[in-house]
Design a binder for this molecule. Structure first.
Ligand code: NI
Length: 188
């Protein structure tokens, strides 16, 4: 396995619609392994292949499994998903606002509305079809990563974007409880 470089929006690959995965051979297996390693090292909770300059419809997702995260995410904490050709086939009407970040846009955060729960259909690393029902934070990560496969970034749909070092003071004074129930924003 190897750590791959994560590209930024100045690289046009990040804005392209990625290609369907059709070959689950050794190049694909290496890409999946590298992406998991790169995500964990970053550290992040999700990564899409275009972020490592590969225009393929592949995402990896892993919620952290430290003690706090285990309380928050239950049995989803620490589970690694490798999902090719993912599609959202069902989404809750209920939308929730949350704070997101992206490994391709370091140092920034944004407020984004996402479906509270989604059902994602895709293929596992052997090519077998699988379905994942995700809710809460995990559902958010899947939506964020699947957007990457269509060249969409969270900053395109965020209601507010700010620099990491900008908003702390203002937030404390004007809206102390807005994000109280949200976990610490994770890079994905
Ligand atoms: Ni991202």
């Amino acid at each position: 396995m190897a750590i791959r470089d994560i590209i930024k929006p100045d690289n046009p690959i990040l804005r392209k619609k990625a290609h369907k995965v059709t070959n689950f051979g050794s190049d694909f297996q290496k890409l999946a392994d590298d992406m998991v390693e790169t995500m964990i090292k970053a550290p992040g909770v999700g990564l899409a292949a275009p972020q490592v300059a590969v225009s393929q419809r592949l995402i990896v997702v892993r919620l952290p499994d430290d003690e706090e995260s285990k309380k928050e995410y239950g049995d989803q904490a620490g589970v690694v998903y490798v999902l090719a050709n993912p599609e959202i086939i069902k989404a809750s009407k209920e939308m929730v606002e949350g704070v997101e970040a992206c490994l391709s846009i370091p140092g920034y955060f944004g407020k984004v509305d996402r479906h509270e729960s989604v059902t994602v259909r895709g293929q596992d690393r052997t090519g077998k079809e699988i379905r994942i029902k995700a809710k809460g934070w995990q559902a958010r990560v899947f939506q964020h990563e699947i957007d990457h496969l269509d060249g969409r970034l969270y900053i395109d749909i965020a209601s507010d974007v700010w620099r990491e070092d900008e908003k702390d003071d203002a937030d404390e004074e004007t809206q102390p409880d807005t994000n109280a129930q949200q976990p610490t924003p994770s890079q994905d």
